[in-house]
Design a protein around this ligand. Sequence first.
Ligand SMILES: Cc1ncc(C[n+]2csc(CCOP(=O)(O)OP(=O)(O)O)c2C)c(N)n1
Ligand code: SF4
Ligand SMILES: [Mg+2]
Length: 313
Amino acid sequence: MSTVKITLNPQQYRSKVWVDWCPGCGNFGILAAETQALAELGLNPRQVVVVSGIGCSGKIPHFMNIEGVHTLHGRSIPYAIGIKLANPSLEVVVNGGDGDLLGIGVGHFVSAGRYNVDLTIILHNNGVYGLTKGQASPTLPRNVKTKALPKPNIKDAVNPIILALASGYTFVARAYAYDTRHLKDVIKEAIRHKGTALVDVLQPCPTYNDINTKEWYDKRVYKLDNEKWDPVVHDEKEAEEKLVKAIEKAREPMDEKIPIGVFYQNELVPTYTDRLASRISNYLELPPAKQVIEKDGESLTLIDKILEKRRVI
Ligand SMILES: Cc1ncc(C[n+]2csc(CCOP(=O)(O)OP(=O)(O)O)c2C)c(N)n1
Ligand code: SF4
Ligand SMILES: [Mg+2]
């Protein structure tokens, strides 16, 4: 992570691009909290890469003054992993929709936890495919009928917290897009965490999700901190017990009460950067992005010769 300190002004992380989300969209809260978190962490915008997929959520890098990549639907995580592996000194944040990360991209979502790559993944969880006009997303429960569905949802929902815990994520949290102060604090913790971090953000979509509205969430969300919840694994022996407790907490029905905050955090697991550095002695000084690959326009790698040898005529 960069240690360059800059002034605490979230506007430095905002671009001049017009934000075209619908009025009242929960994405505004995520954008505000994310830029505030980066400002409070004092991260150099040139050292932060925000990677997104396709969806309303996917537009976020355009609205930020950071290094950003707006990738393909479902493919933000492999891009992000590649960026982090090529240059481990960068702070890499993924922003994705629930369709993007848990539908078409779910294989990559699971895979990230197995590497424990040092990434922060911010899930814009609105229960719908917002950009494509409100189809059910993988987090919409069965039998719920949002306004664009002709009939109630026929499929069961995926629980992002449980899926992340089962996949080996070492930081797993839930937050709420309209409680931007709490969301900002959770994003800061996720970025500071060493390992794969998920922040599942409950994000009202006032245009297509007429069930999980601001009014619906406001009555239900409560903070885990107020329950004296301790998510941190302080000792290897605690890991199993805390993981099981976090899964049990995430299994609680969300009809009446919805906990937000950090469910689980374990920094005792080596990150993928640590694992590579233990096998490649000069990885941290000379990761792929910092290697010199040409001199005076001539390639210093043998790639041309290797390709020539394998040419099939
Ligand atoms: C490979 C591919 N399949 C399908 C689409 C069409 N598509 C664009 S966005 C989207 C879903 C968006 O929903 P979500 O990821 O939840 O993001 P949101 O708009 O809700 O933020 C789909 C299916 C696409 N762009 N690319
Ligand atoms: S469709 Fe929903 S998620 Fe997309 S910008 Fe509008 S309110 Fe936000
Ligand atoms: Mg969505």
